[in-house]
Design a protein around this ligand. Structure first.
Ligand SMILES: NC(=O)c1ccc[n+]([C@@H]2O[C@H](COP(=O)([O-])OP(=O)(O)OC[C@H]3O[C@@H](n4cnc5c(N)ncnc54)[C@H](O)[C@@H]3O)[C@@H](O)[C@H]2O)c1
Length: 282
């Protein structure tokens, strides 16, 4: 099935980025947030992002207008009824995602594929609450979605080959490089990345080195574009704790046991860039 109309649910960091990618690639996009004001704010931030690209000569004004004309914003889940694909990108909480999948399953067309942008959670658990487990999978974009080329296509035991082929084609149409991976916590990237990020927090806790020296070391020594503490701020510390908890839950590997400092920062409301304060101030 060729995907034309895409629903995006969640107005956070990832929902906005995926919406931009899908609309620029020529898909009709329906953005849904629980509050109409947040859905409208997503469109406003998309307008801003596209305007910047026009100013920098990276996008034609006509393409900006065409992209915006393909996007609608709503608070009403029913507006997603005619979508070919829905990508949910709400909070990393399995019970919230399962409720959403149950609700979507009842209201969208039979052929619609339901996908999650989860970073670590078991996709099969979202699949089995629906009557269409063969049409449920993971489509994991990276942050910031407009810049990062990778999309992990997560295949739960229940997904059909047709579903995986359709979402792979969708990711390619969005200009991304899809890789297929089984439904296992953290998939490829986060399973390998998060022990590193978590151990950087432990190193800071132990006062082995300062924040700036830890980040500088990994940039200068490994040629990484940003250090681990700055990357945690970009991901969001609450999302990072949820990712580590899901990994620990599945593997019981001590490298995945969330560093206490990270949990305390989340409790204090220091969530990284999105709250204005994390390991750095924004
Ligand atoms: N941040 C990253 O780097 C990153 C990268 C890839 C994937 N993801 C995944 O994308 C998803 C969203 O992450 P994000 O970083 O955009 O988070 P975010 O905190 O920026 O946004 C979360 C969104 O979920 C909504 N939400 C919160 N509680 C809700 C509820 N009970 N019901 C419905 N919506 C609710 C919020 O209003 C917000 O729009 C998560 O599954 C996360 O694991 C995140």
């Amino acid at each position: 099935m060729t995907i034309k109309r895409v629903g995006i649910i969640g107005s956070g960091i990832m929902g906005s980025g995926i919406a931009e990618v899908a609309a620029k690639a020529g898909h009709e996009v329906v953005l849904r947030s629980r509050q109409q004001a947040s859905a409208d704010a997503m469109v406003a931030s998309l307008e801003k992002s596209l305007a910047k690209q026009v100013d920098r000569g990276k996008l034609e004004a006509a393409d900006r207008d065409a992209t915006l004309s393909r996007v609608t914003a709503t608070h009403d889940l029913h507006a997603l009824r005619d979508c070919d694909l829905i990508v949910e990108s709400v909070v990393e909480d399995l019970s919230v995602k399962k409720e959403l999948f149950k609700e979507l399953d009842l209201l969208v067309n039979d052929g619609c594929i339901l996908a999650t942008n989860t970073s670590t959670l078991p996709v099969v658990e979202m699949a089995v609450v629906t009557e269409r487990p063969e049409r449920v999978c993971g489509v994991h974009f990276f942050n910031p979605a407009p810049m990062m080329s990778l999309v992990e296509i997560i295949r739960p035991l229940t997904a059909s080959d047709e579903t995986i082929a359709s979402v792979t084609e969708f990711a390619e149409a969005c200009g991304k490089k899809p890789v297929e991976v089984k439904d296992r916590a953290g998939f490829i990237v986060n399973a390998l990345l998060f022990p590193y990020l978590n151990n950087a927090v432990r190193m800071l806790e132990n006062q082995t080195a300062s924040r700036d020296h830890i980040d500088e070391a990994m940039k200068g020594g490994c040629n990484f574009p940003m250090g681990p503490l700055a990357l945690l701020d970009l991901v969001g510390l609450d999302t990072s704790v949820a990712i580590l908890d899901a990994l620990y839950d599945e593997f019981r590997d001590p490298n995945y046991a969330t560093a206490p400092a990270l949990r305390r920062m989340v409790a204090a409301g220091h969530l990284g860039r999105k709250s204005g304060k994390g390991f750095y101030d924004y």
